[in-house]
Design a protein around this ligand. Sequence first.
Ligand SMILES: [Mg+2]
Length: 306
Amino acid sequence: MSFTLFADARLALARDSLAGLSTGDALGAQFFLSGPAPEQLTEATLPPPPWEWTDDTEMACSVVAELAASGSIDRDRLALAFAERCAAQRGYGPGAMLILRLIRTGTPWPVAAASAFDGQGSCGNGAAMRVGPLGAYFADSTARAAAQARASAEVTHAHSEGIAGAVAVAVAAALAARARLDGHRPAPDRLLAGIAAAIDPGTEVHRCVQRAIGLLGRPLPRVVAALGNGSRVTAQDTVAFTLWVAATYLDDYPAAIRVCVQAGGDVDTTAAIAGAVVAAYTGVGTPGGVPEAWLAAREPLPTWLP
Ligand SMILES: [Mg+2]
């Protein structure tokens, strides 16, 4: 089916994905702060509100604001937005803080991004954690989603793995939002294969997404042992795991977030990524979607977001 997506429809898809991202981030961060998660995350064991969101949400809001303003990513403007809105208390990693400080004080983003990690550039999961809503925005073109995800990643992540992680997540969200419009849930293996086809085949992220296909239906500890859970905060040990979660629980947002919490690791970010992809398919307040009560418990999004 071929169709035209108008600007309002694109933005609505991106906003639903952002609701899933920010709620996953904010709920996941509660367990990062308070230690081990309960064995089962039920309505009775949910932490008391408000759930404060972290860097994942702050940066994702800048991506959505950029798309709302101009319909595509202008790298100079996005770099400056990331740098100027960066609030240290939102849990940014030291590498990200350094890059954003350089940009804020006048270093061009290509220089700042390339300077990270002894000149290798960042392969962290930070470009992937903020990009799900961008993928949903480009639900009509995985090629456009991939190209725009790359542009959004490059301003902070010069390493090929950091970029591949962002491309993978954006394409996943684009396919999820497309499936929602088509009214047909893709089989988990087809979804993961579609994502893998869009990623640079020379990357570890690509190999991990391929490996995730063979791990569908396997128990969580085995999946975490094979794919990681973000504990090294790299794209390689974060993205494939989150896409395994999203493919497995594409029609059940609460289940996807519970699995991220149970897996441990970089929980705010794994829940943000999986939540963004799943919410692009389920929406908010729908059966299996982002629960209204969870959204109400999440701290409100920044007032500068249009
Ligand atoms: Mg975070």
